[in-house]
Design a protein around this ligand. Structure first.
Ligand code: SF4
Length: 268
């Protein structure tokens, strides 16, 4: 995969801890390490993670499609969701009292972005800032996600749609309970059906569990192309995790590159 990067994207990659080797236009590396000795240059610049000059490997597809979990509906909560259009779906979420998380929320967090987007990014659950603002991925984690998207030439409101597995904040930012995920899952499933994205990026353990029905750790699932209802899905770390584990930013960048390459191979 290759990307034509402008100065702003170079700066964002540097902020993410990603090294970039460009033999034609830059004598050294973006992080200030000494120039590489002369070598056989590839035809185009190669984006790298952690200084590795290999291109990300696309594995297409190596994982069986995730089984659909049976819909568990609470009366008046998620029944009929499968027929709803966007506005009705957003209203249903805003009024949902399908699980106990409705009791502590200040806002539901439906999702944000382009409803014609090729990219769907799925996070876990609203945190404090998201609950306050009613928007997913705000605060420092959101800023990091925005920078990662900008490095790919994307924007959270253009070409990208962002949603969480859970639409309401778990108290004290505790982990989601399985029954809460099961109860809320029809909303996300319907968002996917309406959006029909060409690539899904699942960020974090609970997004992966909800979409792939897998309890495998992220480290074992990333680097491959999975499927959710026939849609290619790439697994990566949650930005909040990356803020605490800076060396893994480069792995997340490699995951984004994989997702982009899958999209490009499908004609995007
Ligand atoms: S988390 Fe989902 S199922 Fe629970 S109340 Fe909120 S919208 Fe409804």
């Amino acid at each position: 995969m290759s990307l034509e990067l402008d100065e702003r994207q170079h700066a964002m990659l540097a902020e993410m801890g990603v090294r970039l080797f460009q033999p034609h236009s830059h004598p050294g590396r973006i992080d200030g390490t000494p120039p590489e000795p002369a070598r056989q240059a590839p035809p185009k610049p190669a984006l790298t993670a952690g200084g590795d000059v290999r291109r990300p490997q696309v594995v297409v597809p190596v994982v069986a499609q995730a089984a659909r979990a049976p819909v568990q509906t609470a009366e008046g909560a998620t029944s009929g969701v499968e027929l709803m259009q966007w506005d009705a779906l957003a209203q249903a979420v805003a009024q949902c009292r399908g699980c106990s998380l409705c009791n502590g929320r200040r806002n539901t967090v439906f999702g944000v972005g382009d409803r014609q987007a090729d990219w769907l990014i799925v996070g876990e659950a609203p945190g404090e800032n998201e609950d306050l603002q009613g928007e997913p991925f705000v605060g420092q984690a959101g800023l990091l996600l925005d920078n990662m998207l900008k490095a790919l030439g994307l924007d959270r409101r253009q070409k990208v749609y962002i949603a969480n597995v859970l639409k309401c904040r778990p108290p004290g930012n505790r982990n989601p309970e399985p029954q809460e995920v099961a109860q809320c899952e029809p909303f996300l499933r319907r968002q996917v059906e309406l959006l029909q994205p060409r690539i899904i990026l699942a960020m974090g353990r609970f997004a992966v569990q909800a979409l792939l029905q897998s309890n495998e750790p992220i480290g074992k699932l990333r680097g491959k192309v999975h499927r959710y209802n026939e849609i290619p899905l790439v697994v990566t770390y949650h930005p909040a995790y990356l803020l605490r584990n800076l060396p893994d930013k480069a792995k997340a960048w490699a995951d984004l590159c994989l997702a982009l390459e899958v999209l490009q191979q499908s004609g995007g």
